[in-house]
Design a protein around this ligand. Structure first.
Ligand SMILES: [Zn+2]
Length: 425
């Protein structure tokens, strides 16, 4: 299977949080004062930059001191500099987000005959864009982003009880240290990555960031991966990855979640078990052999499918994040594909018919190809098909679809389709 020219970053970032719970009350009060003042200044900067943006001017990456508004504060110029960069990155993220939604809206508007679902989705997005354009971003919790100018990471502190210290200095108040303990995740990242100077400090934890170099990917193998509620992951390599490290199936955990009372301790434990299972499954993909994975691009999960009890607890986004995170580590390209007809199309002859699928089993009504439904979907994802538009097919019409085009069912000409038989248990 061919692999597209890849556009990947040379490096990627991984983060970990270390708890501040070992610090005494006095330090926490000091930190509280600092965070509060930082947040107050951040708000001023956000307003200032939002004004710049609203007048159609570009919000820069970095600001010189003389370009900044004058603030009455005990914070030093150094820390204010970090603060305004923080504000600027928040606004630029907001602008990107608006662009992203606008692209989807434009896409729907290009379609001359959108479905009701698409029109509803479009109006919902337009509302959201309007709200985002009218109000500047706000920071949900007080967090401070600082670098080596104000925070020194000490990896071999003199204190015996702690193996990690963050020295806060030049902050406009007496300098003080925050004591921390390196946990397993920190050590794992520290072993292979480069610890970066920039940290994020909140009232509960300090987040450290590590930079990793991407290894070149010399593989040339592309697979399709179906993400499902029943089997978690199914690959076009005929692999169903569906159990956790103890051999417990993903769907069993999902069933258990439904039976628990929402918000109870055991419910939350089950959610954790589900996420652990997900991570375990994602790790089991043979990343070292791959150059590309193809997955369904489900943009609006809640809207596009009926929500039943189990589906409500499906951690689709989490699975996606885990897939993207590992693909980044292995330098594997993730291609998101339109999920249209993925579950209805026969991966063997290309026949598309809703009746081909019956829950977990797939049986093609045209050629008889029979297999597991998720496996069939994953092969569909791995195939390079003609870019079909939904509007090209009359509603309810059955058809054949392959790499070169489509043919409505019942027409005489032969389907120019692949014909490999494959049975999956
Ligand atoms: Zn078929």
């Amino acid at each position: 299977m061919k692999s597209k020219k890849q556009k990947l970053n040379k490096t990627y970032i991984r983060s970990t949080k270390c708890s501040l719970k070992f610090n005494n009350k006095l330090k926490m009060i000091q930190l509280g004062i600092l965070l509060k003042e930082y947040h107050r200044c951040l708000d001023v900067y956000i307003q200032f930059l939002w004004e710049i943006h609203s007048h159609g001017n570009k919000v820069k990456n970095r600001f010189l001191k003389e370009e900044q508004p004058v603030l009455e504060t005990f914070l030093t110029a150094r820390i204010l500099n970090s603060c305004i960069n923080h504000a600027s990155s928040m606004i630029r993220a907001r602008i990107e987000q608006i662009k992203f939604y606008q692209n989807i809206v434009d896409g729907i508007e290009k379609n001359s005959n959108p479905t009701k679902k698409q029109s509803d989705y479009r109006s919902m997005l337009i509302d959201r864009i309007m709200k985002m354009k009218n109000t500047p971003p706000v920071l949900a919790q007080s967090e401070m982003r600082i670098d080596s100018k104000n925070a020194k990471i000490v990896l071999d502190p003199k204190t015996k009880s702690y193996d990690l210290v963050l020295e806060l200095h030049c902050i406009g108040m007496p300098k003080f240290n925050l004591v921390l303990k390196r946990q397993k995740h920190f050590n794992k990242l520290f072993e292979n990555g480069k610890l970066l100077n920039g940290v994020t400090v909140t009232s509960d934890y300090v987040q450290f960031n590590f930079e990793y170099e991407n290894k070149p990917n010399l593989n040339n193998k592309s697979i399709g991966v179906d993400i499902g509620i029943n089997s978690c992951l199914t690959t076009s390599d005929k692999e169903q990855i569906t159990t956790n490290d103890k051999g417990k199936p993903y769907h069993e955990i999902m069933n258990e979640i439904v039976r628990k009372r929402k918000g109870s301790k055991s419910f939350n434990r089950k959610l954790k078990e589900r996420d652990n299972c997900t991570r375990y499954c994602v790790k089991k993909i043979k990343w070292n052999e791959l150059s590309e994975i193809n997955i369904e691009d489900i943009k609006n999960l809640r809207k596009c499918k009926k929500t039943n009890k189990i589906r409500r607890h499906w951690n689709y986004r989490y699975i996606l994040d885990a897939l993207e995170s590992l693909s980044e580590e292995h330098n594997v390209y993730v291609r998101r594909k339109n999920p249209m007809y993925t579950s209805q199309r026969c991966s063997s002859c290309g026949y598309v018919d809703g009746d081909n699928r019956n829950n977990e089993s797939f049986k093609c009504l045209a050629c008889g190809f029979a297999t597991n439904a998720d496996y069939n979907a994953s092969i569909n994802l791995s195939q390079e098909l003609y870019p079909l538009k939904r509007s090209e097919i009359p509603t309810g019409r059955k058809f054949f679809w392959d790499c070169s085009g489509y043919r409505l069912s019942g027409e005489k000409s032969e389907a120019p389709l692949l014909n490999k038989k494959d049975i999956f248990i």
